[in-house]
Design a protein around this ligand. Structure first.
Ligand code: FNR
Length: 364
């Protein structure tokens, strides 16, 4: 291949470089992968409305997000174990994030501690993503550790209280190698799953759901975090859940179906976003992820109500292909594509991007 030019080029380089089981872990979705595919297909299926001769002088992509000034609306999504795709692991991701002014949402399931990333000579803007733990005190301790290290926002992922049915990953025989650790989770109590009785209820009989979090846990966490701590929920797709999040004092939502890795046949985020945006009505910011591969996808997510987007698999593809420089390059490529899309739809700033950039569907 000539030098990679776009996200898909990085995906192909990563596939050639990674062993098939690691590729399956990274790339797979739930069950028949309908939602993963829908994420990828939905953004390109929307048609744009090109505009001409609009004034573009002074164009920029700056924004404010949760009190933070950002140069562009792209974030790095939380994904586990970057050491599986590059020897420098999350440190490479952090270097690329810092070099490009990209917030990095660090997964609690990382092999590198947040303190190590926060004390790099040029640290990135770090957010911290975590799951509710079996013991509320453990959840709070994780949050407190991240805040102490300098995390600027907390992201509680709520769409995966149990693992999805990931058949492609199962078929590949993927097992995380022994050297791969989840450093933030060591010492915390794992969910107490027991083998379900033979012929009995496979999940409900396992005891796993006895500790699944509820809105009460969100209330408890909110009450125990220092006042003013930005707390986001990740994995909200339904407008009713968005309204509940508002009622629970949540500061922002990530509209996400976990890259289609949890419940298959959920709607794509592109399909789900407008109803969530209507429910929230601008009271808190929305981000969206899932299938973002082009600047035009970013423009469309913003048109449908997101303030910004996150990239999950593409960041891992670039890391696998060439570590920090490749990821920094990919982010610059996406920024460039977004700027071209803005210029050709007549948008000078992100505030100009609204539903009017989308072409009306043709009459039936
Ligand atoms: C994820 N995702 C994820 N989400 C999360 O909240 N915590 C996590 O630790 C992980 N881990 C993870 C690993 C891998 C290999 C993938 C592919 C995804 C989901 C991720 O944050 C994001 O929602 C999706 O990846 C977005 O879709 P795209 O960009 O991959 O299409």
């Amino acid at each position: 291949m000539t030098a990679p030019l776009c996200a898909q080029d990085y995906a192909e380089l990563a596939r050639a470089r990674l062993d098939p089981a690691t590729w399956a872990w990274l790339e797979s979705g739930g069950a028949d992968e309908c939602t993963t595919r829908a994420n990828l297909d939905a953004w390109p299926a929307l048609r744009l409305r090109g505009r001409v001769l609009r004034p573009l002088a002074g164009a920029h992509t700056r924004l404010e997000l949760g009190g933070q000034a950002l140069a562009h609306p792209i974030l790095i999504a939380p994904t586990a174990w970057h050491g599986l795709v590059h020897a420098d692991g999350e440190t490479a991701t952090a270097l690329a994030a810092a070099a490009t002014g990209t917030p990095y949402v660090l997964s609690a399931q990382s092999g590198t501690a947040i303190e190590a990333l926060a004390t790099l000579p040029e640290p990135p803007l770090l957010w911290f993503q975590f799951y509710a733990q079996v013991r509320r005190e453990d959840t709070l301790a994780l949050a407190a550790r991240a805040l102490r290290a300098g995390a600027r926002a907390l992201v509680l992922t709520v769409d995966a209280p149990v693992n999805g049915v990931r058949n492609a990953e199962q078929r590949s025989g993927f097992r995380p190698p022994a050297h791969i650790r989840s450093v933030h989770l060591e010492g915390l109590s794992p969910p107490a799953a027991r083998p379900a009785p033979a012929g009995g209820s496979p999940l409900f009989g396992s005891g796993l759901l006895e500790s699944a979090p509820t809105w009460d846990d969100v209330t408890w966490l909110r009450e125990h975090l220092p006042a003013g701590t930005p707390l986001w929920l990740k994995g909200v797709l339904d407008p009713e859940d968005a309204r509940l999040a508002l009622a629970h004092g949540i500061d922002g939502l990530i509209v996400s179906n976990h890259g289609g890795r949890c419940l298959d046949t959920l709607p794509s985020t592109c399909e789900a976003l407008p109803a969530v945006a209507r429910a929230v009505a601008g009271r808190i910011p929305l981000l969206a992820d899932g299938g973002i591969r082009r600047g035009t996808d970013i423009l469309k997510a913003l048109a449908l109500g997101a303030r910004g987007v996150l990239i999950g698999r593409p960041a891992l593809h670039a890391l696998a292909a060439g570590g920090a420089p490749a990821l920094a390059h990919l982010i610059q490529v996406l920024r460039g594509e977004l700027e071209v899309a803005m210029a050709l739809t007549g948008c000078r700033t992100l505030a100009d991007i609204g539903p009017s950039v989308l072409a009306a569907p043709p009459p039936r």
